[in-house]
Design a protein around this ligand. Structure first.
Ligand SMILES: Cc1cc2nc3c(=O)[nH]c(=O)nc-3n(C[C@H](O)[C@H](O)[C@H](O)COP(=O)(O)O)c2cc1C
Length: 198
């Protein structure tokens, strides 16, 4: 029997959201009997003729529809772009209509995480923008409960809707300890629920 996995898929241009994905995977892998699968979301092109390379130049492999279809839980990460998910993330989600019709994601746990460069620039809104389509899929939305003390102590990212990182500059991807702990807590929670819901 294959080990169940939580798919952590993200888009990241400057590394912050990718960094969060790694901490979230740590939380998943702490649970046991379930593993983290990290996949990046490819960028999209402004010219429809351009074909992306099949393999990314660096980092995690590109996500495929099969990764999404067979996961036991899903965590999607996006930088905050104008208070919403980045276009490549929406583009990926818009390719999941076959999974919506077959109900393959229904009753599976889900969450989202984001990196944003200003404190009030849309952390929560970005996470909520990802929540909407995943609710259409019938997924069971999981936030971050306040029993995680880092939600109170954080002076940067971290929301009850999902993990976030405050990247003070575009290239700043170092998470604070509170942000790291919240990422881990989110991964662990989704993994635990995935095992309960199976
Ligand atoms: C097109 C664009 C729009 C952005 N919009 C926002 C925004 O609305 N709020 C915000 O706080 N940061 C915004 N940012 C900053 C990014 O969210 C931030 O740099 C993020 O940490 C990048 O994540 P990455 O390192 O994973 O690429 C924007 C950046 C770009 C390029």
């Amino acid at each position: 029997m294959t080990t169940p996995y939580i798919l952590i898929t993200y888009y990241s241009r400057h590394g912050s959201t990718e960094s969060m994905a790694k901490y979230i995977a740590r939380g998943v892998n702490k649970v046991g009997n379930i593993e983290a699968r990290i996949r990046q979301i490819p960028n999209i092109s402004v010219t429809s003729e351009q074909i992306d390379a099949e393999l990314p130049e660096s980092g995690h492999p590109y996500v495929e529809l099969d990764d999404i279809a067979s996961c036991s839980g899903l965590l999607i990460g996006s930088p905050s772009y104008f208070g919403s998910m980045a276009a490549p993330v929406k583009h990926l989600i818009d390719q999941t209509s076959t999974l919506w019709m077959s109900g393959q994601l229904c009753d599976k746990p889900a969450g989202a995480f984001t990196s944003a460069s200003s404190m009030h620039g849309g952390h929560e809104m970005t996470i909520q923008s990802i929540m909407t389509p995943l609710l259409h899929h019938g997924m069971v939305w999981l936030g971050l409960p306040y029993k995680n003390k880092s939600l109170i102590s954080t002076m940067s990212g971290g929301t009850p809707y999902g993990a976030s990182h405050l990247a003070k500059s575009t290239s700043e991807s170092n998470l604070t300890l509170d942000e790291q702990l919240l990422c881990e807590a989110q991964g662990k929670r989704v993994a635990e629920f995935a095992l309960k819901l199976r």
